[in-house]
Ligand binder design. Structure first.
Ligand code: FAD
Length: 402
């Protein structure tokens, strides 16, 4: 019996992979399949809270919980390993802990920073990418305040922070900074007026997914808290002094001792190395979330480009979509195991909320614009719901935001 069990391999324990696992383990018995989950860390982290840990308004530890705390060990084998190669034709996955073969594969390796080849960006700018980058950035910001406070010859650049990108991540990070800076000023006896936060954005509009009214609310809220916006200003390089930007075809050096790149993500590099037709780490999937020509390979979350039937553009990359795709994939795996046809994925858009620190925000929920404290409250509901969906009531009490 055990030899007939199909091998199901899930790569990545982010929102997409972990949702697949937590749903699948409820739907199958231990005899039905040999399920393995591979993740490079032994923890799952709330990627949607990375801006908070990066600014230091929460600790990086608040983002984490052990993968094994939500996995049913009788049905799922968890392996902490880094995937190094996917061989779709040999049906094998190579990792730093050995080679795994599969009958059904779920690729959910998530996102990485995309710097669009901007010179010096990888070396000189901080990223908002994972737990380690968050810990590094929040410590660096505090170190600069401590250095300023303790130096005889004060360097104003220690109190200057430049954020590249006024999209979702950039704005959420700016919001957290405006919460964090007063705390740091208090702690290190720094006059708040000396702190300079600048946001540089190449596009003519920030937060393109929201109405002008919501964008205006976000801009005036952040400007009131001291953020200066330079919109329509592309960053052309990063160096040891800060960012180089282009204004009226001329290059200008913006100086700061903290520069943060928050303007681009892509799917995992492994996607290009493993599949054809991949753009920026994302592969177009069929309606059931499998890959053309490979009915046994699902690509979900940020590595997938799902184009809803009748539409032309793929859905954006969000945790909300990743989790819904995980749910559908668990159902489809169950169908395959039972010899039934797979079903198409249908996305239900419940809305999006962009936080502006912990007390304000802007968003669209079930088609309605919301802003201010109401949006901040909804954001906490959404964040807590995501924890609940993966880890149940116990984890929501422990990690949730109420
Ligand atoms: C600051 C910020 C705020 C955001 N806010 C929101 C929001 O409000 N709402 C929303 O819906 N979305 C938001 N997003 C987007 C959301 O976080 C992503 O869309 C989501 O994380 C994608 O989920 P995923 O499971 O595909 O990938 P990930 O969450 O990236 O998970 C991938 C997992 O795979 C692991 N992994 C990667 N490579 C390997 C490897 N080679 N071997 C083994 N394991 C590997 C990673 O460690 C990780 O555990 C935000 C993103 C950021 C950065």
């Amino acid at each position: 019996m055990a030899q007939d069990r199909k091998k199901v391999l899930v790569l990545g324990a982010g929102y997409a992979g972990l949702q697949t696992i937590t749903k699948l383990q409820k739907q199958i018995s231990a005899d039905e399949a040999e399920v393995t989950l591979i993740n490079k860390n032994d923890y799952h982290y709330e990627a949607t809270w990375l801006h908070e840990a990066s600014a230091g308004t929460i600790s990086y530890e608040d983002l984490l919980y052990p993968v094994e705390s939500v996995v049913n060990k009788d049905k799922v084998n968890f392996v902490k390993a880094e995937v190094t190669k996917i061989d779709r034709n040999a049906k094998k996955v190579e990792t730093d802990a050995g080679i795994f073969d599969y009958d059904i594969l779920v690729v959910s390796l998530g996102f990485e920073t995309e710097t669009f080849g901007i010179k010096g960006m990888k070396d000189h700018a901080f990223q908002i990418e994972n737990v380690l980058t968050a810990r590094k950035l929040s410590r660096h910001i505090e170190d600069k305040f401590a250095n300023y406070a303790s130096s005889k010859q004060k360097d104003d650049k220690d109190l200057a922070i430049i954020v590249g990108g006024a999209g979702f991540t950039g704005v959420e990070f700016l919001g957290e900074l405006t919460d964090r800076i007063p705390e740091l000023c208090n702690k290190y006896g720094v006059e708040q007026g000396k702190v300079k936060i600048t946001c540089v954005e190449a596009a003519p509009k920030m937060l393109p997914m929201f109405s002008d009214e919501l964008v205006n609310h976000a801009v005036s809220y952040l400007e009131d808290k001291g953020v200066e916006f330079k919109i329509g200003t592309p960053i052309v390089a990063a160096n040891e002094k800060g960012f180089v930007v282009k204004v009226n075809d001329e290059e200008q050096q913006l100086e700061a001792n903290t520069v943060v790149w928050a303007a681009g993500v892509r799917g995992s590099q492994l996607m290009e190395e493993s599949f054809e037709g991949v753009k920026r780490g994302r592969i177009v999937t069929k309606q059931d979330l499998t890959i053309e020509g490979y009915d046994d390979v699902f690509a979900i979350g940020d590595v997938s480009a799902f184009i809803p039937a009748g539409e032309e553009r793929p859905l954006p990359t969000t945790a909300q979509i990743a989790m819904q795709q995980g749910e559908q994939t668990a159902k489809n795996i169950k169908n395959i195991l039972e010899g039934q046809p797979t079903q198409e994925f249908e996305y239900v858009d419940r809305g999006t909320v962009c936080s502006l620190g912990s007390n304000d925000g802007v968003g669209v929920v079930y088609g309605k614009d919301i802003q201010g404290k109401k949006a901040a409250f909804m954001k906490k509901v959404i964040d807590t719901r995501a924890v609940y969906k993966l880890g149940g009531v116990g984890l929501a009490f422990k990690k949730g935001k109420f």
